[in-house]
Design a protein around this ligand. Structure first.
Ligand code: FES
Length: 128
């Protein structure tokens, strides 16, 4: 069984191969919804797309083991690359190698996950 290491929460969970990252995180009591750098996190807990891949609020960084994540789905690509109204597109800039939507990610092997990655609105990655 793959192990998912949630670094911010200092929690490791074992999940069945092919499990959905969002579902397994929620089962383990991991809060995925961070709002906009913490602002609106509580609202995101309620107002999200509940795993449909539209809202982008369940974004995480997979800092190790990205090769063990399922390929990016079409909906995930659209949310990250073509939705200028959603914050996910801006958060994705500069984090293309590590950022995924938890609801669209199947866990096929061990990985290390950073939940609620902060959005760098003024730093070097934003406009690069
Ligand atoms: S819950 Fe909305 S994109 Fe994942």
């Amino acid at each position: 069984m793959p192990t998912v290491n949630f670094v911010n929460e200092k929690k490791q969970i074992e999940v069945p191969a092919g499990a959905n990252l969002r579902v397994e995180a929620m089962k383990a009591g991991i809060k995925l919804y961070g709002g906009l750098n913490g602002v609106g996190a509580g609202l995101n807990e309620v107002f999200n797309c509940h795993g449909l891949g539209h809202c982008g609020t369940c974004r995480v960084k997979i800092t190790k083991g990205m090769e063990n994540a399922s390929p990016m789905s079409m909906m995930e690509k659209v949310t990250f690359k073509f939705n200028p109204l959603g914050p996910a597109m801006f958060a994705y800039i500069g984090n293309e190698d590590t950022m995924r939507l938890a609801c669209c990610t199947r866990v096929e092997g061990d990985m290390t996950v950073e939940t609620k990655p902060p959005m760098n609105l003024t730093g070097e990655n934003f406009f690069s």
